[in-house]
Design a protein around this ligand. Structure first.
Ligand code: 7PJ
Length: 281
C-alpha cells in the first residue's frame, strides 16, 4: 500500500502513471505547454484508458534542457492542476522546486515526483507536514550534463545505496516510509549498459520492499536497442514495461496508457494462472 494524499494505492497489481507533459520542449514530442484544454483532454483520455495516477510535468528534464523559473513552471502547471482537481485519480507533480511543491499540494496534488530526490534545499521540509506520496529518483549529475560521461563502479549497488540514503533522509525529515516510492532514473546519467543492468536488477534496488517506479517509456535506451526514432518506440516501450513489472516494478510512468494497460492485462492473466488462480482454471 502507498499513502498518496487522500488516496491509498494498492500495489498488489502494477499501477500505470500517465504522463501529462506541460513543457514546450519535450523529447517525446508530446509537450502541451500553454494549451490547458488539450492537456486536460489528454489527462481524461488517460484516465478513461485506465491510468491509476497522472504525472504533470512543467519543466523539461531531457538531456541538455534549460531549467524553468518557478513562475514559469507554476504558470504552466496550476491551470491544469486546478482543472483536474476532481478528476478522480491522484495527481503527481514532476518537480524538484520546493515552491512548486507547496503550491501544488495547496491545490490538491497527491504526489510529488522529484528527479533530485529531495536534494534541493527546503524540498523535504515542503513535504513533511503533508500526506502526499513522494517519488525519489536517482540521477547522476544534472539534466544539463548528465549524459556526457556517466560512470559507475557497480551501478546497481550505487543506485541502491543512493536510494536508501535518500529514503532515510526523507524519513528523518518526517516523511513516513509508507509515502515513499523509489526510482532508478532510467537515462538520467546512465549509458545503455547501465540502464540494462538496472532494469535487469530492479527488484534489488529497493530497501525494505518500498515500491519501485520506472520511467522507460519512449526513452533513448529503447532507441539505442531498436534503432527507432522516438515516435516509433511504442512496441519497445511496452516490452520494457512488461519486463520491468516482471522484475518487481510497481508503478510504470508511461506516455501510452491504453497500450500499457493492455500489455499488463496479458501479463497479469499469465501471472494469475501460474499462481494457480481458481477463476482461470
Ligand atoms: C522520469 C521522470 C523518470 C521519474 C522524467 C521522460 C523524461 N520522473 N521524469 N522517473 N523521466 N520519477 O519523461 O522521458 O524516469 S522526464
Amino acid at each position: 500500500m502507498l499513502r498518496c494524499g487522500s488516496y491509498t494505492l494498492d500495489l498488489s497489481r502494477p499501477l500505470v502513471m500517465g504522463i501529462v507533459n506541460l513543457t514546450p520542449d519535450s523529447f517525446s514530442g508530446d509537450g502541451l505547454a500553454d494549451d490547458v484544454e488539450r492537456a486536460v483532454d489528454q489527462a481524461y483520455q488517460q484516465i478513461a484508458a485506465g491510468a491509476d495516477i497522472l504525472d504533470l510535468g512543467a519543466e523539461s528534464s531531457r538531456p541538455g534542457a534549460i531549467p524553468a523559473t518557478v513562475d514559469e513552471e507554476l504558470r504552466r502547471l496550476l491551470p491544469v492542476l486546478e482543472a483536474l482537481a476532481d478528476c478522480g485519480v491522484p495527481l503527481s507533480i514532476d518537480t524538484y522546486k520546493p515552491e512548486v511543491m507547496r503550491a501544488s499540494l495547496a491545490r490538491g496534488a497527491s504526489m510529488i515526483n522529484d528527479i533530485y530526490a529531495l536534494r534541493m534545499p527546503g524540498a523535504a521540509a515542503a513535504l513533511a507536514d503533508s500526506d502526499c506520496a513522494v517519488c525519489l529518483m536517482h540521477m547522476q549529475g544534472d539534466p544539463l550534463t548528465m549524459q556526457q560521461q556517466p560512470s559507475y563502479g557497480d551501478v546497481v549497488a550505487e543506485v541502491r545505496s543512493f536510494l536508501r540514503e535518500r529514503a532515510d533522509a526523507a524519513i528523518a525529515s518526517g516523511i513516513q516510509a509508507e509515502r515513499l516510492v523509489l526510482d532508478p532514473g532510467f537515462c538520467f546519467g546512465k549509458t545503455l549498459a547501465h540502464n540494462l543492468e538496472l532494469l535487469c536488477n530492479c527488484a534489488r534496488l529497493s530497501p525494505d520492499g518500498m515500491p519501485i517506479l520506472a520511467g522507460i517509456s519512449r526513452k533513448s535506451m529503447l532507441g539505442m536497442l531498436t534503432g527507432q526514432p522516438v515516435e516509433q518506440r511504442l512496441a519497445a516501450s511496452l516490452s520494457a514495461a512488461v519486463l520491468a513489472v516482471q522484475r518487481g516494478v510497481g508503478i510504470l510512468r508511461v506516455h501510452d496508457v491504453a497500450e500499457t494497460v493492455a500489455a499488463l492485462a496479458v501479463w497479469q492473466a499469465v501471472e494469475a494462472c501460474s499462481a494457480g488462480a481458481a477463476h482461470l482454471r
